[in-house]
Design a binder for this molecule. Structure first.
Ligand SMILES: Nc1ncnc2c1ncn2[C@@H]1O[C@H](COP(=O)(O)OP(=O)(O)OP(=O)(O)O)[C@@H](O)[C@H]1O
Ligand SMILES: [Mg+2]
Length: 258
């Protein structure tokens, strides 16, 4: 099962990715979580300890590896390089694992048709496509906002795209944009996830104003989320209300796409 998580900046994509990843892992499933944000935070939300985190480097920053695989130095424009470098060993070699969640940091990824034609983008595009083709039990992609950077493989292999929103018109506006962009490329398996919802009114607002996307579930606003971050512990362990809500969503999603 391949799940991509998107939405406007700061809405809670990484928090949701961490919660779902740990839930599936606790169920005994094999989880590969991929942080595809230019400034990776998923390790923190998962409560990975510092020594484990220090072993992680975003693939986009591994200049020597990129040069070895593509035949050209990152940052070079023009010249020859391999556009389909070998990447099959990367998920295992450059990830770290804790409590059943394997984590890979990709770094700044531009995997669509746009962006530069350079060794690092060739490497990341190939890796991203490889991840989508792999037969991982559960793949969770913590993306950044928008879907314009998504290519054909995403449409074919992502089982669910979760669009995280806060109960604000602005955030729902972004969700509507994502829905349109997704429709343009033929991606239809989208769900809305409400986050930072403080009361019934806000929950009702989300349900009423959804841009035609089914609401998978709602995560309550809880100051303990920030506390968990400060303490360096997993939101999953520290905030029972979020653990419960996300677990229900994760179960629902399995039912919805099987
Ligand atoms: N349910 C919640 N209640 C309270 N605070 C929350 C909740 N969910 C997330 N936050 C806080 O909101 C901030 C953004 O959360 P998070 O990093 O998960 O969002 P994001 O969408 O991944 O952000 P970015 O776009 O920067 O990657 C964090 O400070 C987090 O602690
Ligand atoms: Mg994030």
């Amino acid at each position: 099962m391949k799940i991509a998580i998107t939405g406007k900046g700061g809405v809670g994509k990484t928090t949701l990715a961490a919660l779902m990843a740990q839930f599936y892992a606790d169920q005994g499933r094999e989880v590969l979580a991929v942080d595809a944000d230019p400034s990776p935070c998923l390790a923190g939300a998962l409560g990975f300890p510092t020594d484990l985190r220090s072993k992680l480097t975003p693939i986009s920053e591994m200049d020597a590896l990129i040069e070895e695989r593509t035949g050209a130095k990152p940052g070079t424009v023009g010249g020859f390089f391999t556009i389909n470098p070998r990447v099959d060993d990367i998920p295992e070699r450059f990830s770290v694992e804790q409590r059943g969640v394997r984590l890979l940091e990709m770094g700044a990824v531009d995997i669509g048709g746009s962006g530069c034609i350079c060794p690092e983008s060739a490497m990341l595009k190939t890796l991203f496509t490889h991840l989508l083709f792999r037969k991982d039990d559960i793949l969770i992609l913590d993306m950044y906002a928008g879907v314009e950077h998504l290519g054909r493989a995403t449409v074919d292999f992502v089982d669910a795209m979760l669009v995280v929103v806060e109960p604000t018109r602005r955030s729902l506006g972004t969700a509507a944009q994502i829905k349109h962009l997704a429709a343009d490329i033929g991606l239809t398996r989208l769900w809305l996830v409400g986050n930072k919802v403080r009361n019934e009114d806000e929950a009702a607002f989300l349900q009423a104003e959804t841009p035609g996307l089914p609401v998978l579930g709602i995560l309550p606003a809880d100051l303990a989320v920030q506390e968990a971050d400060r303490l360096g512990v997993a939101v999953y362990d520290y905030v029972p209300a979020l653990k419960k809500a996300a677990s229900e969503m994760a179960d629902l999603l399995v039912e919805a796409i099987s």
